[in-house]
Design a protein around this ligand. Structure first.
Ligand code: MSP
Length: 651
């Protein structure tokens, strides 16, 4: 039985791709803030993150680099951990899918599902998207492309084990409809129900035999467990599920929230709960699919060269500025566009002007008007109640927003209090009070109220910006203790008088936007150069879905002349061509019979892949592939603009 005080939240497991972008850090920053927030409220939090290290893509990249997959992932996982350290990410568990205990439990899970009859052997025929490591049926494709990333898919046929996903369709629909919080935000819930569940689920291929880098099926060495079953299971293997010590599983499962980017909501709200239903385990209470951080309206990616590395922002402006910006600027459920201008402007307005100024003005006034000692409040006056009321009511407003994961609104509430406190300075004009001896009591009260309000602010921002909170404490002369608890927020008089303030350099100096952007670009470029080891090239760290020029060179594209074309004896969609490729003749079978008649193609020059491994298509040998452009049902054969001899190479 889950402990009432336990709170279990997770990030997805990151693919070990070198140099995570600001976009990648988004999920983790959000989970970290919530973990810290709930800890502040006294909950027993488990915050899990980690890396998703198996799969064909990793195996391929490692092979290309001439190292073992494990060597490859070890290095990158080290870098990811380093980044989380730099960013003060307060995770409790870092799980790697290559961890021994995880691998063992995944095998036990697989065996359990097999023994139950929910996994069976069959033949898979479908479309595979290598970057997403996902299979799709023809119906699921988006104009022939992957429905998740819109990249081309490959048709594949192989022996595989299936998980009886279809069996759980109705149960999943029922669960989703009866538990309105299960998938959030609402729009993602509707998408899952209408696009995937209501049309009916197919059984899911859960093993692969065409590569090795994965967890072996316990009873069949030929197969490895396909990555999503492996990766998703982490959320329970990490808690000791099916192990000798499953006390954490009992204490923390079900997860309170799985945080995921919107593109992986489907895996977390269909496959994952179906696996859990099959295992007879409870489902997570919520899966929240957040939006993407876009860069100039595109998804930030190394291969697109529009990457901004978190390290460059952190080096120039600190971790807190980055965390604050990510959580304040964007609405958590929706996409948001990152621009350096927006970042600089937020820093200037919210951090330098509002928060930074409030703290430095207050500390300076306590220094100047009371020898640096926080005075006792003595004489209440106009405006005090307004400040107190908003200060006391802010925590519950923040709490309401945090319950809904509205980070931006939560921060906005805190900034309203900051704004109100700044206004209080303008209203009470301490510099005028200081001119009159008989107004000293009132001045003391104003200074105390300012310090007290800043204390409350420092506690409220703590989950989001711990360094800044620490800095404020240093300036106010306080340590963590009674004045810094969540409970202390309900009392606008917690701070003791007599503490000595300390004037420090401004926490957030004002930035000259253009100059800063130049600085940031320069540093970012330097990072790219260091990471790629090559100067002058923008971003050459190759993403797995890109190929190098050497790889492209392996494809032998040639011009061929069609000398004969006829219908395939056994397949309506296929035509059988005889082609002349320079001196050589060859036969290619192509699926264009619905668009072209054989006669109209005789004498035409087309582009072929000349070094494709020959295969038989419905019993007829095909030695290559004729290239065509395709969109939906439209197909057009590729040819050359000018006359050129057959056998010419296409470069
Ligand atoms: N390995 C899978 C998850 C398996 S969970 C059992 C995966 N990994 S990932 O590295 O591609 O993504 C990790 C997280 O980073 C995802 O939540 C993803 O949405 C998030 N982001 C990566 N780039 C992003 C943006 N540009 N913006 C916001 N989040 C993005 O998916």
């Amino acid at each position: 039985m889950k402990d009432k005080n336990s709170f279990y939240i997770t990030t997805p497991l990151y693919y070990p791709s070198a140099n995570l972008t600001i976009g990648h850090t988004y999920t983790t920053v959000a989970v970290d803030a919530l973990a810290r927030y709930k800890r502040l409220q006294g909950l027993d939090v488990k915050f899990l993150t980690g890396t998703d290290e198996h799969g064909q893509k990793i195996e391929k990249v490692a092979n290309e680099r001439g190292i073992s997959p494990k060597e490859y992932v070890d290095k990158i996982v080290g870098e990811i951990k380093e980044l989380w350290k730099t960013m003060d990410i307060s995770y409790d568990i870092f799980i790697r899918t290559t961890d021994d205990y995880h691998e063992k439990t995944v095998q036990k899970i697989f065996q359990k599902l097999y023994d139950k009859g929910d996994i069976y052997k069959g033949v898979y025929e479908g479309y595979y998207c290598t970057p997403c490591e996902s299979f799709f049926t023809e119906n699921q494709l988006n104009e022939g492309n992957c429905p998740d990333c819109n990249r081309p898919v490959e048709k594949q046929k192989e022996e595989t084990y299936f998980f009886k996903l279809s069996k759980y369709t109705d149960k999943l629909i029922k669960h989703i409809e009866e538990n309105p919080d299960f998938i959030q935000p609402e729009s993602r819930k509707n998408e899952m129900l209408n696009n995937f569940l209501k049309p009916g689920l197919d059984d899911l291929s859960v093993t692969r035999s065409s590569f090795d880098w994965g967890i072996k099926v316990p009873f069949d060495d030929e197969h490895v467990i396909y990555v999503w079953t492996d990766a998703l299971s982490n959320y329970i293997t990490a808690l000791g599920y099916l192990s000798d010590d499953d006390s954490d599983y009992k204490k923390y499962w079900p997860a309170d929230i799985h945080f995921v980017g919107k593109e992986i909501v489907r895996f977390h709200t269909i496959i994952w709960p179906a696996l859990l239903l099959a295992l007879g385990e409870e489902l997570p209470k919520q899966v929240f699919g957040h939006g993407w951080i876009l860069f100039d309206n595109d998804r930030m990616s190394k291969s697109k060269g529009n990457v901004v590395y978190p390290e460059s922002i952190i080096e120039l402006y600190g971790v807190d500025a980055l965390k604050y910006f990510l959580l304040r600027e964007f609405t958590f459920g929706q996409d948001g566009s990152f621009t350096k201008e927006k970042f600089m402007n937020r820093l200037n307005s919210d951090l330098a002007n509002d928060l930074g100024n409030l703290v430095s003005r207050t500390v300076a006034m306590i220094g100047k008007y009371n020898g640096g000692i926080i005075p006792q409040a003595k004489k209440t006056g106009e405006f005090d109640d307004k400040l107190k009321n908003i200060a006391i009511s802010t925590p519950s407003l923040v709490d309401g927003h945090m319950d809904d994961l509205k980070y931006s609104s939560a921060l906005e509430e805190i900034w309203k209090l900051i704004g109100r406190t700044n206004k209080y300075i303008d209203e009470t004009t301490p510099w005028i009070l200081a001119k009159y001896d008989d107004k000293k009591d009132r001045l003391d009260t104003v200074l105390y109220n300012l310090a007290e309000s800043i204390r409350i602010i420092s506690v409220l921002i703590r989950p989001f910006m711990e360094n800044t909170s620490n800095e404020i404490w240093k300036q106010l002369g306080i340590d963590s203790g009674d004045y810094t608890t969540w409970e202390s927020l309900s009392n606008f008089a917690s701070l003791e008088s007599g503490l000595k303030v300390r004037k420090e350099a401004p926490m957030f100096p004002r930035l000259e936007v253009e100059k800063e952007i130049e600085k940031l670009d320069k540093l970012n470029k330097k990072l790219i150069e260091e990471r790629t080891g090559k100067k002058g090239e923008e971003e050459i760290e190759v993403e797995e879905n890109y190929i190098s020029i050497d790889e492209f060179d392996k494809v032998d594209l040639k011009i061929a002349e069609i000398v004969k074309a006829e219908k395939h004896p056994d397949a309506d969609k296929l035509l059988v061509f005889k082609l002349r490729v320079g001196e050589e003749e060859r036969q290619i079978v192509s699926g264009i019979a619905e668009v072209y008649s054989p006669e109209e193609l005789i004498g035409k020059k087309v582009v072929i892949v000349a070094n494709l491994k020959p295969i038989k298509l419905r019993g007829v040998k095909s030695e290559g592939m004729i290239l065509s452009a395709e969109k939906g049902k439209a197909i057009s054969l590729l040819t050359t603009l000018d006359e050129i001899e057959s056998g010419a190479k296409v470069l």
